[in-house]
Write a protein that binds this ligand. Structure first.
Ligand SMILES: Cc1cc2nc3c(=O)[nH]c(=O)nc-3n(C[C@H](O)[C@H](O)[C@H](O)COP(=O)(O)OP(=O)(O)OC[C@H]3O[C@@H](n4cnc5c(N)ncnc54)[C@H](O)[C@@H]3O)c2cc1C
Ligand code: SF4
Ligand code: SF4
Ligand code: SF4
Length: 385
């Protein structure tokens, strides 16, 4: 049965917990809020299904894949959809198609005070909550079984998430029910900690003296597509926004599996892959001149090609050569910050305020260290050379 002794070996996809016939596996959060499977030995019958289903290895299923993905740059023809999505709103065009045919869409939204969770949507209004990237690992508790129930009822289901999530769902669902399941993954550089996110919101609310009422992880309407800046609205500020940059874009609080991710390549565990189209100008230097954002779309399976052909008229498209689309996380996993384990130990021991001050560019200790090094130590060293 599954036994995680090395945290780099588990992405937290929930496939093992979902498949267990005895409900013997619980997903238990560690000190950073990342969930790992824990087996209740009193319930386990040693059937081996949990080990068999785990896709976090190089042998994950890609039996339906084309020899090589077909690549496009894509922008939704409705500028309002682009403005409110992370990149070119390819996800909106694809999910509209599923919803308009009576299907169901699963994606990352919010539960109880901006906790990031996967949710089910049957209308465009419900689906709109999934727009935009949430840079925190989403909670999948119970979602795979809910999807299996939908598929058994004959519904078409679109699931969108990180590649480890689509690989997990694919392995859990199996070949029999796969025909009506559409998998859309994102190019993924890693997921930050859910517990740090919760603490960060608490810290900001205390600092501003008001509950948060709205969150945008990367506000491109305010700062443009390429910027990394999250914005918040606070209840007591009557709708005014505050912007922060934070630890969330450092690789110091990623899940440990992200540093050895098996899916940072073009052999995708999904029908369609969507991403920011970095390097779009190599394909067409006019395409994203307004910096509103452009999606990269990779069609990985015949099913992906069929669905994309059906939504093409909603998108402004440029066919792209795959070699012009290979951003870092399509070639190799992110390099995890060398102080990742030290960070976790400090967080466990001293709490959020300490690590925020110590490791974030806005933190007092970070600024002091920066000042001492760059303004005093470095000039002295240069003088003495
Ligand atoms: C954790 C994370 C890492 C990313 N890393 C990269 C990267 O390395 N390179 C790159 O080009 N782009 C990255 N992205 C951005 C992603 O590629 C864009 O969301 C994608 O381009 C889709 O843009 P869109 O405009 O089509 O749709 P949008 O409407 O912006 O896309 C939203 C889609 O993202 C999914 N999603 C949002 N947050 C999460 C989450 N926490 N977990 C799982 N699914 C989520 C939603 O379910 C939905 O399908 C990342 C996003 C996330 C959430
Ligand atoms: S071996 Fe079987 S019963 Fe035991 S935890 Fe795994 S799936 Fe459940
Ligand atoms: S990667 Fe998924 S299936 Fe494998 S052990 Fe972790 S949660 Fe279970
Ligand atoms: S980097 Fe890999 S392991 Fe980490 S969240 Fe993304 S797909 Fe999953």
């Amino acid at each position: 049965m599954i036994n995680i002794t090395d945290k780099t070996k588990c992405s937290g996809c929930t496939a093992c917990a979902s498949i267990c016939p005895k409900n013997a596996i619980s997903m238990i959060p560690d000190s950073m809020g990342f969930k790992y499977p824990v087996v209740d030995m009193g319930l386990c019958v040693d059937c081996g299904l949990c080990d068999k289903v785990c896709p976090f290895n190089d042998d994950y299923d890609r039996s339906a894949n084309l020899d090589s993905p077909i690549a496009y740059g894509a922008r939704h023809k409705d500028m309002n959809e682009i403005e409110t999505s992370r990149s070119g709103a390819a996800f909106i065009a694809i999910s509209d198609y599923i919803l308009e045919r009576g299907g169901v869409v699963y994606g990352a939204g919010y539960a109880d005070h901006f906790r990031v969770v996967h949710k089910r949507a049957v209308t465009k209004e419900e689906r709109n909550e999934f727009k935009g990237s949430k840079y925190v690992q989403s909670d999948l508790d119970g979602v795979f079984r809910q999807i299996r129930d939908d598929l058994r009822k004959g519904l078409t289901v679109l699931f969108s998430g990180t590649p480890c999530q689509t690989a997990g769902l694919n392995a859990f669902i199996g070949k029999k029910l796969r025909a009506n399941l559409v998998l859309v993954d994102i190019v993924c550089h890693g997921v930050p900690s859910p517990k740090l996110w919760e603490d960060y919101l608490g810290y900001l609310e205390k600092k501003m003296g008001s509950p948060i009422s709205w969150v945008n992880f990367r506000d491109k309407q305010e700062f443009g597509w390429a910027a990394h800046k999250e914005t918040f609205k606070f209840v007591k500020m009557g709708g005014g926004k505050m912007s922060f940059t934070s630890l969330f874009y450092k690789h110091i609080m990623f899940r440990r599996s992200c540093g050895v991710c098996h899916y940072c390549n073009t052999r995708r565990p999904s029908d369609i892959t969507i991403a920011d189209f970095w390097g779009w100008d190599k394909t067409d230097p006019e395409f994203n001149k307004d910096d509103k954002g452009v999606s990269l779309v990779l069609l990985n399976t015949p099913k992906g090609v069929e669905i994309f052909n059906a939504v093409k008229d909603k998108l402004d498209l440029r066919e792209a050569a795959l070699e012009n689309c290979l951003q870092p996380n399509l070639r190799h996993p992110s390099e995890i910050h060398p102080k990742r384990l030290q960070f976790e130990r400090d967080y466990r021991r001293f709490g959020f305020r300490y690590v925020y001050n110590m490791y974030d560019e806005d933190g007092l200790l970070y600024k002091t260290k920066y000042f001492l090094y760059h303004k005093i130590f470095e000039p002295i060293r240069n003088l003495s050379r």
